[in-house]
Design a protein around this ligand. Structure first.
Ligand code: GDP
Length: 338
């Protein structure tokens, strides 16, 4: 990567990278993703140039996938990915793992995961970048999605662990959102947060095999019932959102899941919903980026940073309300006016 940064013919290097990436070279894709993940200013500039050169002409089906650790995400993605590559589809897997920043090691980045899929010529697997901020991970992942699309991938799976806001972030960059769940005991709904149920297009109850099968089927029926009660979305065809039982281990129900995903996405494409959703997402991320970049610029200014820190201390000490302190930072004349 350093050769890219230091080469005086930066343009040529980027052009070359763009060309190899467009030709679908996985090594070029990996290198390009490393470039967009870099925090270095010169890399950022090159990444921006690369993304601009690549354009947005090619688009993949973007599938967000979430589930708690141990639910079977890697087993599912490997089996599902291999099923798709067997059909000649090119599959990229990207991970959003905010926990990796805290723990220092990423469970999603474990190299032993999805070994067979990673050896598949038609597949590309990229672990989560180690970043402290979910916002930073989000931008890098969106740019990595764009790179995968430019490299001609048909399906981009964006995987996340079921923690906090990462599902919402992933849903905002996906065409479809799939939630993977394990069979639950009794009729408890596994404490799945309502918000996550609301963004899921497809709930897959995994491990519907062996001794767990009947329990998985019951869990699936519970979720199907809960989904019916929760809402009927005008943007979805009859029967969606849906809950189905699968076994990643025995590759059962994966073709049905893929069939459901295609039904849903084709319906959304035919009804203009897919395009509208992409437009909304583009707008959402634009405003998010403006916010993030404005804040970064504020923090880069020493006088402003001092004001921010003083205001933060006031807020923490309970001397000023957060909203009042924020208004004072943004507009120093604010307190005088009130
Ligand atoms: P992840 O943490 O969500 O990526 O989960 P893994 O894919 O690593 O799976 C966790 C454990 O569940 C492993 O021991 C898997 O073998 C097992 N597992 C995954 N899918 C299935 C399944 O469909 N059926 C059964 N019985 N076990 C499964």
């Amino acid at each position: 990567m350093d050769t890219v940064a230091r080469d005086v013919r930066g343009m040529t290097m980027i052009d070359d990278l763009a060309e190899r990436l467009r030709a679908g070279e996985r090594r070029a894709l990996a290198r390009a993703i490393t470039l967009v993940e870099s925090a270095r200013a010169d890399h950022r500039a090159q990444a921006a140039e690369l993304l601009a050169a690549l354009g947005t002409a090619k688009q993949a089906l973007r599938i967000g996938l979430s589930g708690t650790p141990g639910v079977g995400k890697s087993t599912f993605i490997e089996a599902f990915g291999l099923m798709l590559t067997a059909q000649g589809l090119r599959v990229a897997v990207l991970a959003v793992d905010p926990s990796s920043a805290r723990s220092g090691g990423s469970i999603l980045g474990d190299k032993t995961r999805m070994e067979r899929l990673s050896r598949d010529e038609l597949a590309f697997i990229r672990p989560s970048p180690s970043q402290t901020q979910l916002g930073g991970v989000a931008r890098r992942t969106r740019e990595a999605v764009a790179l995968c699309e430019a490299a001609g991938f048909d399906v981009v799976l964006i995987e996340t662990v079921g923690v906090g806001q990462s599902e919402t972030v992933v849903a905002e960059m996906s065409d479809l959102f799939v939630l993977l769940l394990a069979p639950a005991g009794g009729d408890e709904l596994q404490g799945v947060k309502r918000g996550i149920m609301e963004i899921a297009d497809l709930i897959l109850v995994n491990k519907a095999d062996g001794e767990l099968k009947s329990q998985a089927l019951r869990t699936c029926a519970d979720y199907a019932g809960a989904l019916r009660l929760m809402r009927k979305r005008p943007e979805d065809p009859e029967g969606f959102p849906k809950a189905i039982a699968v076994s990643a281990l025995e590759t059962q129900g994966l073709d049905a899941a893929w069939g459901d995903m295609q039904t849903l996405i084709n319906w959304r494409r035919d009804n203009g919903i897919w395009a509208a959703r992409r437009r909304d997402q583009a707008r959402f991320w634009f405003h998010e980026e403006v916010r993030v970049q404005l804040l970064a610029r504020l923090r880069d200014d020493p006088a402003m940073r001092a004001r921010l820190e003083a205001a933060e201390a006031d807020v923490a000490a309970g001397r000023v309300l957060p909203s009042v302190a924020a208004a004072g930072v943004v507009d120093p004349a604010f307190p005088a006016k009130t």
